[in-house]
Design a protein around this ligand. Structure first.
Ligand code: PMP
Length: 442
C-alpha cells in the first residue's frame, strides 16, 4: 500500500460505507457529531482509504492527531517492540520504565527549565480535569476562569469550561460551580468593535476591570484556563501580547496559568508547544491528541511545587501504559529526526500564502489566520462578515466527494492541520480541490 494522490473510485459514501453508517447509527451514541461520511479502513502518511477503496488526502490529521503522518513506521516499530515486552501492569500500583523515561522527555520538551512533574491521562478532557483538580488542591481556592469560545473537552470538569456552543452544555448544568468566562481576543470579530493593535487589547479589561474587580475575588481564583490558540473555536491566534499579559495577571494574584495545548502541542504550530511563540511558561500545561500518534494518551505537566497533592488524591488505572509511553517517546524522536518543527513552519507559511491568494479570488473567504501548520479559513456571506455556516458545511461535503478531508471549526471556519510530513505538491493538490469547491459555492 503506497498512495501518492487522492483517488475516488466510487462516489463517497459508497455502498459499503453507507451500509456501515446505517449499522453504526443504530448502535453508537447519538451524541456523536460525525461531520463526514468517511468510514476509514486503512491509512498511510497523508492518505486515508475508506471501505469502498476511495483514497482521501487528509488535511485535518483527525484534529491535529496524526501529525507525523498516518502509521509512521518508526512509531509502529516502537509499539511492536513494546507489545512483545509488556502491555500492562497498572501504573497506580506499580512502576514501569517507559513511563519514567517519557516523563523525563516530556518535562524536557515543555516550556520552562524549572523542575516539573507529570500526571498521565487517557484523553484531552481528562488532562483538563486533572489540571482543574490540581489547581484547586494546590491553591485551595474555588474560582476558575475560562475564555469565551474555548474548547476543553466533554468530561464534567472540562465541559464546564467549554464555551464553543450551548449544545455542549445544554442539560448538564450545574457543572463546575464557580466558573467565569472572559472574552478571547478574536480580533476578526472583536466583541468591542476595536482594531488591533490600537485597541491595546481592550478585551482583556473585561478580566481585569470586571471579573477580577466585581465578580471573582482574585485571591479566591485558583486558575485561568486558556488555549494558546483557540482550536475548535475557529483556529484563532491571539495577538502576541495576550498570553504574556495573562501570565502577568496570574503572577500578580497567585493564580495558576493553565495553558491547554491539547491541539497545539507537538510541533503543530512550528514550535514544540505554542506557548513558546509567546514566551510563556505555563504553571500547568495540558496535552493529548498528537502525543502518542493516535493511541489514547494525555498528560498534565506542572511546576513541581504545583503538583503537591497527596497520595490517593488523583489516579487512573490505564494511565500512561507502557505501549502508549513507547509510542509517545518515538513521537518526540521523530519530530526531532525529521525536523518537523521546521517543516511545520515552512509548509505552514506556504499554505497560508496560498490561502491568502485564494482569498483574493474568492470573497467567500473572509479571513485566513494561523501559525505553523494550524491554519484557519473563515467563510463569510457578505461585507458584514455574516458567517457562511451552510456554505462552509457544503464546502466540506464537496471536498469530501472530491477526495479531500477537511474539518470544521467555529461557526463558519475550516481548520487545516495536515500531517507535517505532507509535501508542497500534496498541499497544492488539496488547495486545488479546495478552489474547485469555492468556485462551485460562489
Ligand atoms: N482541549 C482542546 C484544546 C481540544 O482541542 C480538545 C479536543 N478537541 C480537548 C481539550 C478535549 O480532548 P479529548 O477529545 O481528547 O477529550
Amino acid at each position: 500500500m503506497s498512495y501518492s494522490k487522492p483517488n475516488i473510485v466510487v462516489p463517497p459514501p459508497g455502498p459499503k460505507a453507507q451500509a456501515w453508517i446505517r449499522k453504526d447509527e443504530g448502535l453508537l451514541s447519538p451524541s456523536l457529531t460525525r461531520s463526514s461520511q468517511l468510514v476509514g479502513l486503512k491509512a498511510e502518511r497523508v492518505y486515508v482509504e475508506d471501505v469502498d477503496g476511495n483514497v482521501f488526502l487528509d488535511f485535518g490529521s483527525g484534529i491535529a492527531v496524526t501529525g507525523l503522518g498516518h502509521r509512521h513506521p518508526d512509531v509502529i516499530a516502537a509499539i511492536k517492540r513494546q507489545l512483545d515486552q509488556l502491555i500492562f501492569v497498572n501504573s497506580l500500583d506499580y512502576f514501569t520504565v517507559p513511563q519514567v523515561e517519557y516523563a523525563e522527555m516530556l518535562c524536557a520538551a515543555t516550556p520552562g527549565s524549572f523542575a516539573k512533574r507529570v500526571f498521565f491521562t487517557n484523553s484531552g478532557s481528562e488532562s483538563i480535569d486533572t489540571a482543574i483538580k490540581m489547581a484547586k488542591w494546590h491553591t485551595r481556592r474555588p474560582y476558575g476562569i475560562g475564555f469565551v469560545n474555548g474548547f476543553h473537552g466533554r468530561t464534567v470538569g472540562a465541559v464546564s469550561f467549554t464555551t464553543t456552543g450551548v449544545s455542549a452544555r445544554r442539560g448538564f448544568a450545574p457543572m463546575y460551580p464557580v466558573a467565569h468566562f472572559v472574552p478571547y481576543p478574536y480580533c476578526y470579530r472583536c466583541l468591542f468593535n476595536r482594531e488591533y493593535p490600537g485597541c491595546d487589547l481592550h478585551c482583556m479589561r473585561y478580566l481585569t476591570d470586571v471579573t477580577l474587580k466585581k465578580i471573582a475575588p482574585p485571591d479566591e481564583v485558583a486558575f485561568i484556563l486558556v488555549e494558546a490558540v483557540q482550536g475548535a473555536g475557529g483556529y484563532i491566534v491571539p495577538p502576541k501580547e495576550f498570553l504574556p499579559r495573562l501570565a502577568e495577571i496570574c503572577r500578580t494574584h497567585g493564580i495558576l496559568l493553565v495553558v491547554d495545548e491539547v491541539q497545539t502541542g507537538f510541533a503543530r504550530t512550528g514550535k514544540m508547544f505554542a506557548s513558546e511563540h509567546f514566551g510563556v511558561e505555563p504553571d500547568i500545561l495540558t496535552v493529548s491528541k498528537a502525543m502518542a500518534h493516535g493511541l489514547p494518551a494525555g498528560a498534565a505537566v506542572a511546576r513541581a511545587e504545583v503538583m503537591d497533592w497527596e497520595a490517593g488524591a488523583h489516579e487512573g488505572t490505564l494511565n500512561g501504559g507502557p505501549v502508549i509511553m513507547e509510542a509517545a517517546k518515538e513521537v518526540l524522536r521523530v519530530i526531532e529526526r525529521e525536523n518537523l518543527l521546521e517543516k511545520s513552519r515552512v509548509l505552514g507559511a506556504y499554505l497560508k500564502e496560498q490561502l491568502e491568494g485564494l482569498q483574493k479570488r474568492h470573497p467567500l473567504i473572509g479571513d485566513v489566520r494561523g501559525i505553523g501548520l494550524m491554519v484557519g479559513v473563515e467563510l463569510i456571506e457578505d461585507a458584514n462578515k455574516t458567517p457562511a455556516r451552510d456554505k462552509r458545511n457544503r464546502l466540506l461535503d464537496e471536498a469530501f466527494r472530491r477526495g479531500l478531508l477537511l474539518l470544521a471549526a467555529g461557526e463558519s471556519s475550516i481548520r487545516l492541520a495536515p500531517p507535517m510530513v505532507i509535501t508542497r505538491e500534496e498541499l497544492d493538490t488539496g488547495l486545488g480541490i479546495l478552489e474547485d469547491c469555492l468556485k462551485l459555492l460562489g
